[in-house]
Design a protein around this ligand. Sequence first.
Ligand code: COA
Length: 179
Amino acid sequence: MIPGDDGAAARPVEARGGPSLVIRRRNESELDECVRVLAEVHRRDGYPMRWPASPVGWLAEPALFTAWVASLDGRLVGHVGLSRAEHGDTAAALYGEDAAMVSRLFVSPAARGHGTGTALLKVAVREARQNGLRPVLDVLATSVSAVALYERLGWRLLGTADRQWGPDQVVVRCYAAPA
Ligand SMILES: CC(C)(COP(=O)(O)OP(=O)(O)OC[C@H]1O[C@@H](n2cnc3c(N)ncnc32)[C@H](O)[C@@H]1OP(=O)(O)O)[C@@H](O)C(=O)NCCC(=O)NCCS
């Protein structure tokens, strides 16, 4: 957890119209529910590209500073993390020191288009900045909806890279949050 993290207070954010959207820090007891949503996303979007041997471990990766969940009308529908940059994080390598990785962003297919992804990104960016870090991320070039979201929100393309992820040859696009 990032120094200065202030715990798990619920923080309502603006929703576009209809359903009420709440973003708050993830509790450990919610990990199974996050995995259920992640499985829907994996089936629909192929994210993550390979289903992890331990999905809970993937969501609670050792480099994680903190993570948030989104609820729409009381139902958990989305997730994002903020992590320490590690070897293999291309955006951080391109950006340099002080980068923090925005990671594990996903929204349930049925809940999309209500601003949830935008709101999750916003809290992760704010937390990074409050801790003097610059938010960056890697995204698969094939993750079309995510790439469209980052570019619409003004994230700056740092570069693209061919990477070998286990048996998979992939192209990643690397972004930095707008200044
Ligand atoms: C990328 C992702 C998180 C966006 O979530 P979201 O909650 O739909 O995001 P938002 O609602 O904030 O913005 C999505 C945009 O698509 C529009 N949209 C409208 N209906 C939509 C629908 N049914 N599905 C998706 N997007 C829709 C939204 O209005 C918005 O665009 P606009 O502001 O120009 O209108 C989600 O698509 C996702 O989980 N993708 C798969 C996982 C993934 O690739 N993660 C990235 C890892 S790096």
